[in-house]
Ligand binder design. Structure first.
Ligand code: BGC
Length: 948
């Protein structure tokens, strides 16, 4: 028996994190146990790694919940605690975990270090430096530091830690994060602490105000740091930033998130400069340094010498570190004579390049996502220059950017003689989310899709969940985040990542009367919309469903409520919320305008807005219930009911006919149970798809709910058809055109591989990748549900498809690792294997099994069966069984037109011959044979119109 994934507040061995307002919460998972369930767990916390000085002992607790064992334990600032978990199973195995730790940050402790800055006129990026020498024997040393916009800390010339883009991106007007590093070894040796500062999201051009070369939050480089040295005798020394620090100038002359970096190694060293102590806004005003501005206005950047407005807070952000290191697959010599590396994969990150050029040589590196006519191309990055310019100082060097990142597959290099693939390494940078979920199928293109979506997640998880990582945007669009969050959470452990984003969201709402800005951090974008802003309710609820920890609801409750209240105010007495601007079914293909570059979908936005308003209110009600806030639960329940009723009143006939006859309109009607005539709505939807050759038209709102809603409404085959469609528009179509990540638009590239437009066209936009949620839930069958938050109990109901042949994958849930593998043995036989983790249970549904399958009482899968549902505990279960309906569909003249048209191969090979695309709608459910019999007597010319 092995205990793994031990976490405190959803963090593994956290050093210097904000642990939040709630109680400390410990969680764990177990594998390789002989027993099936946990008998007891015993948590011990100690002051030392050998667990001698015990500070807390839970004793053998039979109630200890592995999803979140919450205890009352008072922590002290800047203190490391060690903990172990002893666990016994019902088979009387007992095991104790290796010691884990958590180390608190400064908590409420005051800072001795002061904010310092440097003269703004000099463009060369500053190192803030201080000599540090230990006075006595060092027991431990920590560096607490925050530098704005971005910082990298060095001990002499060596980087401290392995993180990039610190202190990360958030709403700096409200909070700035500091990080903690263990510098014990460095301080023992003594040396120079050098902290290099750049612009980043704080001080560089970024967001929608990026037309100007200035920062939205501030323009100066500011630093606060403390080196806290604990000597062997227990005494402490704190070396904080103050006027004794000095400035040395680096040779970085320019750095920006969008535009890249510039370095000139031929520049001479400059004399050291003194630092400037920052002051409060009031002090600066009194000293006449605020241009007469008497009140600190957060719509304006901070003053250069101003102490940052944001509250200095221990980190929430996970580390952004280098993961994959990739060599180019090829060095391409393009028709234009360019030298371009092909990395073979679109991703986000930086790179290293080994160069050896004469002093003064200019090296120019640019990145792009796609080649056009075999040549380098980057116009879809819009104004983002995404480049790196390096003037050589002579000698051999490995160059690497510091304060930027790129979203790229192709790299154009000029200025390097004898360019070689082995000299270039692409470094994928993203937040350190543990990736645990895997899927493989018997379909090559689907496997590629799963890889593309995972890469999309990596590239858009650079601290903030972004829309895209390459163009002049890279922003935390709420809608994209909302629709992708379940997929992301199947792929990996996202709790801490989204916790930070949601915390940031709330800080924005405080200044916007509850409004959830379209992007978070908003960087001045103060507009909002349905589906996008509803992220405030939907994401915490998703997190609760996946992790079963109500703390996320407690943390976000005010945010959730504030959003619904914001809508309520706007909605007033006349449905005002329906009438303001909404993105709606953004980028759907059914706008009546039919324009190729249309962005608005064909589904009325007011309809979508009203539904999401009601749905968000319903989530608040459910959250209130979980948190024991009964009055709120009642109030928001009533609000939700009222608003759903309003939707029905306005958009449905009395008999339940939906007036919004688009794919998305009808999908929403089914998903939210809005029609009183479900059969009619399903039929309308089916017909709409048939009329569109079973191809999707959905955008950002409709697409994520499409396949799950179809599956839930008896149209699982159609969901598979949509997934497996290789023609435009569809996921596999992109792959056939060479996509290695998911595109923003269904037609980002045309059939010849030409970019369809440059205005808004990213090739790494994960929103449409949210179809992978359906793959996890319906292909593998992991039905995560709010009835069993945290998946201690899981309904497992895989669905099979002949074209997929087989699928296998795992879901490393908060409760442990579930696995499913199925394979179609022959057209009527399937083999299935399911693994249920320790201390969990599952209800397994064998799709379409013939009755006598369940008769095999030898098989532990059937020990407890009720209505075809197999109730099982922890263990591995296997079965090969017959299905009632052959999985391989055969077609004949007895097949209906609808059936024939749903098969891509038939449409392709025989469609023209049989006139399938010309059949009138009323013939859809007739077989070819019926049609022939009924209409054979028609004049030949008329027959020809239908059947040629
Ligand atoms: C972004 C989207 C975003 C949208 C708002 C775009 O520019 O890239 O992904 O959700 O704007 O509709």
């Amino acid at each position: 028996m092995e205990i793994y994934a031990l976490q405190v507040n959803h963090l593994s061995n956290p050093l210097g994190y904000a642990l939040g307002k709630g109680k400390l919460s410990f969680s764990w998972k177990v594998k390789e146990a002989k027993g099936k369930a946990q008998k007891y767990a015993r948590l011990r916390i100690a002051a030392d790694e050998v667990m001698q000085e015990i500070l807390f002992d839970s004793g053998e607790d039979r109630e200890a919940n592995s999803l979140g064992y919450k205890i009352d334990f008072k922590t002290e600032p800047r203190t490391r605690y060690y903990w172990t978990l002893e666990l016994a199973s019902d088979a009387d195995e007992v095991t104790v975990s290796a010691p884990q730790f958590f180390e608190t940050a400064k908590m409420d402790e005051a800072w001795i270090g002061r904010w310092i800055t440097c003269a703004a006129e000099q463009a060369r990026h500053p190192y803030f430096v201080q000599d540090i020498a230990a006075k006595e024997e060092v027991a431990k040393a920590r560096l607490y530091v925050c530098g704005l916009g971005l910082y990298e800390a060095y001990w002499n010339d060596e980087k401290i830690g392995n993180e990039y883009l610190t202190p990360y991106q958030n709403n700096y007007n409200r909070w700035v994060q500091y990080q903690t590093y263990d510098v014990t070894e460095q301080v023992k040796d003594g040396g120079k602490l050098r902290i290099l500062l750049g612009n980043g999201w704080y001080g560089g051009r970024f967001g929608f105000s990026a037309h100007e070369e200035k920062g939205y939050f501030g323009n100066a480089k500011k630093l606060i740091a403390e080196v806290v040295v604990t000597y062997a005798d227990g005494t402490e020394e704190i070396i904080g930033t103050d006027e004794t620090w000095q400035i040395e100038r680096s040779r970085i002359t320019y750095a920006s998130i969008y535009d890249g970096e510039q370095v000139d190694q031929t520049l001479e060293d400059l004399a050291v400069e003194p630092v400037i102590l920052c002051r409060t806004f009031e002090e600066l005003a009194a000293a006449g340094k605020t241009d007469g501005q008497m009140v600190d206005d957060i719509s304006q950047p901070e003053k250069d010498e101003q102490i940052p407005r944001g509250h200095l807070t221990a980190r929430y952000s996970l580390p952004v570190v280098v993961h994959e290191q990739m060599q180019p697959q090829e060095l391409i010599h393009t028709p234009k004579g360019e030298e371009v590396f092909d990395m073979g994969q679109n991703f986000a990150g930086i790179f290293t390049l080994r160069v050896h050029e004469a002093r003064g040589t200019k090296i120019h590196i640019q990145t792009g996502e796609v080649l056009q006519d075999g040549c380098f191309y980057n116009e879809n990055l819009r104004t983002a220059k995404s480049e790196y310019i390096y003037i050589c100082g002579g000698g051999e060097k490995v160059i690497q950017p510091h304060f930027t990142f790129y979203g790229y597959r192709y790299v154009k290099v000029t200025g390097v003689s004898n360019l070689k693939t082995e000299d270039f390494t692409g470094l994928a940078l993203y937040s350190d989310v543990a990736y645990t979920g895997d899927i493989t199928t018997g379909h090559k293109l689907v496997n590629q899709l799963i890889s593309n979506v995972r890469w999309g997640m990596k590239g858009n998880f650079v601290d903030v969940p972004t829309d895209c990582p390459q163009r002049d945007e890279r922003m935390g669009w709420t809608g994209d985040t909302q629709v992708f969050s379940p997929t992301a959470t199947f792929y990996g452990d996202t709790y801490a990542f989204y916790r930070k984003y949601l915390h940031d969201m709330y800080t924005e709402q405080i200044d916007l009367e509850g409004m959830v800005p379209d992007v978070v951090p908003s960087v001045g974008v103060h507009t909002c919309a349905c589906v996008w802003g509803d992220a405030a309710c939907i994401i915490p609820w998703n997190m609760y469903k996946f992790y079963g920890d109500e703390q996320i609801l407690a943390d976000q409750y005010e945010s959730m409520k504030a959003w619904v209240e914001y809508i309520r105010r706007l909605d007033g007495d006349d449905h005002g919320w329906r009438h303001v601007f909404h993105y709606g079914d953004w980028l759907a293909l059914d706008n009546p305008s039919g324009k190729a570059d249309e962005v608005m979908g064909g589904t009325e936005e007011g309809y979508i807005a009203n539904i999401y308003y009601a749905a968000s209110a319903e989530i608040v009600a459910k959250a209130a219930e979980v948190l024991g806030k009964e009055d709120d639960a009642k109030e928001y329940n009533e609000l939700a009911k009222r608003e759903f009723a309003e939707v029905k009143k306005e958009y449905f006939s009395q008999t339940g006919r939906c007036c919004i006859k688009t794919q998305t309109g009808l999908l929403l009607a089914l998903k939210y149970g809005l029609s009183d005539n479900v059969a009619l709505t399903r039929d309308m939807l089916k017909k709409l798809f048939t009329a569109n050759d079973n191809k999707l038209q959905t955008g950002f709102t409709g697409m994520p709910i499409m396949c799950p809603t179809l599956s839930d409404n008896g149209m699982n085959d159609l969901a598979y058809t949509l997934l497996l469609n290789e023609e435009y528009p569809g996921w596999l179509h992109e792959i056939l055109l060479g996509a290695t990540t998911v595109w923003e638009r269904w037609n980002s590239l045309d059939e010849e591989g030409h970019i369809s437009s440059t205005g808004m066209n990213s090739l790494n936009h994960y929103s449409y990748g949210s179809v992978v949620e359906w793959v996890y839930r319906y292909v593998l069958g992991f039905r995560v549900d709010e009835a069993d938050p945290g998946a201690k109990h899981l309904n497992i109901a895989p669905s099979y498809n002949w074209n997929l042949k087989e699928a296998a994958g795992n879901f490393d849930s908060a409760a442990g690792n579930y696995k499913v593998a199925w394979k179609i043995v022959d057209p009527t036989q399937v083999s299935l294997s399911v693994q249920v983790p320790f201390d969990a249970s599952a209800d397994i549904v064998l799709a379409d099994a013939v009755e006598d399958t369940y008769a095999d009482k030898e098989n532990p899968l059937f020990a407890d069966v009720c209505d075809g549902v197999c109730h099982v505990g922890s263990g591995t279960y296997e079965i090969t069984y017959q299905v009632k309906t052959a999985l391989k569909k055969s077609y004949s003249t007895y097949s209906t037109v609808r059936e024939l048209r749903s098969n891509a191969a038939i449409v392709k090979d025989l469609g023209e011959k049989m006139g399938l695309d010309r059949m009138p709608t009323q013939m859809m459910d007739m077989s070819l044979r019926d049609i022939m019999e009924k209409y054979a007597a028609l004049p030949e010319w008329e027959q020809k119109c239908w059947i040629s």
